[in-house]
Design a protein around this ligand. Structure first.
Ligand code: NAD
Ligand code: GLY
Length: 359
């Protein structure tokens, strides 16, 4: 049973990765010492698959648990949904001695975590992540929040979970495209911190999903170590997690919502960041190729869709407020596993990196 400790001074917790753990979450939460009524927050799709085992495990452990669902999808990460959930929880009699269980992908984790951070000025919560993105990334680190009409993740709070229980068996019901896109983040973690993990990730493309527990545990441990080093993203270490995201976000913003999934845009952003790493700081091309091959193994895109105009991507990536003295902060690799934040990337560099994504 792989267990990863997130050793934060004020709010330490563990991530337990185990097949079938969903059936014993009630007892495990009891062992943490959490008491009171439980709000299980999920989305309609995930609840259809996994609410019953989660609720019955909580009830067998003696908890009074109520299920609150939101529609599946990014649109549920909104302030109005936060207000709606809080009202429903008040009406159901949950109070300051209650706690929240987030059962779902990153949308549910971010939303439910934010509800927990604000409800009665803050109650505990537990993460049960059910997508690759949530299992290796969003369930760990305490960034919770919702989107504003003006942009993604602009309203939120740091609120660390009391524990994360990850069941790789839940990945079995994930749509193929959702499953594959998650590997952009898995590959990103290896690229910035653990080159030796790349061959294992590549091999995982042909592996039974339910057997991915050890890889998920080792991969989320990379994020845990970074969060321990820089919980509030103040020293620059946590910013390394933005590898591939600067241009990736620009690509995402250049298309109507949902045409490219986040991980697909990040795959392209990683390719652009690798090209800049090779040309600007000597990353060996053979090492860049290893990352590209891993992205290819999960059928993630490496060439900009024809309908995307590189000039639009540049405009969305290189907004003026991101530039200081003609350069932008950009995560590069000196070698696989050795990432750093460069302050030397210019608008012209970004333009060239985006252009080469057309080939
Ligand atoms: P998601 O939560 O929208 O899930 C994707 C889809 O898969 C949804 O339709 C969902 O209903 C479905 N689904 C989830 N688990 C399933 C399962 N086991 N079986 C079948 N269907 C399932 O998307 P996501 O990719 O998990 O998360 C994306 C969100 O995470 C974004 O809002 C992003 O901003 C956020 N995020 C946050 C952090 C953080 O540090 N807090 C990090 C990365 C991403
Ligand atoms: N996903 C980026 C972070 O948690 O900081």
């Amino acid at each position: 049973m792989p267990e990863i400790h997130v050793d934060l001074a004020a709010t330490p917790y563990s991530v337990t990765v185990e097949r079938g753990i969903l059936d014993s979450v009630g007892q495990r939460i009891k062992a943490l010492g959490l008491s009171g009524k439980v709000a299980v927050i999920s989305d309609e799709t995930v609840a259809g698959f996994y609410a019953d085992p989660a609720l019955s495990s909580l009830e067998s452990a003696g908890y009074q648990a109520s299920l609150f669902t939101v529609p599946a999808g990014e649109a549920s990460k909104s302030l109005s949904q936060v207000g709606e959930l809080c009202s429903q929880m008040i009406q159901a009699g949950l109070d300051r001695s209650s706690f929240v269980v987030a059962l779902g992908g990153g949308v549910v984790g971010d939303l439910a975590g934010f509800v927990a951070s604000a409800y009665y000025r803050g109650i505990p919560f537990v993460q049960i992540p059910t997508t690759i993105v949530a299992q290796v990334d969003s369930a760990v680190g305490g960034k919770t929040g919702v989107n504003a009409p003006e942009g993604k993740n602009l309203i939120g709070a740091f609120h660390q979970p009391k524990a994360v229980f990850t069941d790789p068996e839940t990945l079995g019901t994930l749509e193929d495209r959702e499953f594959r896109e998650g590997f952009a983040e898995v590959i990103k973690h290896a690229a910035i911190r653990d080159a030796a993990m790349l061959p294992r990730i590549h091999a995982a493309a042909a592996q039974d999903r339910a057997t991915l527990g050890e890889l998920i545990a080792d991969n989320v441990a990379i994020k845990a170590r970074i969060v321990e080093e820089d919980e509030r993203e103040t020293s620059g270490t946590r910013a390394l997690l933005n590898f591939g995201h600067t241009i990736g976000h620009g690509i995402e913003a250049s298309l109507p919502y949902g045409e490219l999934l986040h991980g697909e845009a990040i795959s392209l952003g990683i390719r652009a960041a690798l090209w800049l790493s090779v040309t600007k700081c000597g990353l060996p091309q053979s090492q860049a190729d290893q990352v590209l091959q891993a992205l290819e193994a999960f059928k993630l895109p490496l060439v900009l869709p024809e309908k995307v105009d590189p000039a639009t991507v540049l405009a969305k990536t290189a907004t003026d407020k991101k530039f200081m003295g003609g350069t932008i902060k950009f995560v590069l690799l000196r070698s696989l596993g050795d990432a750093f934040v460069s302050s030397e990337i210019t608008r012209q560099d970004l333009s060239e990196a985006i252009d080469q994504l057309q080939k």
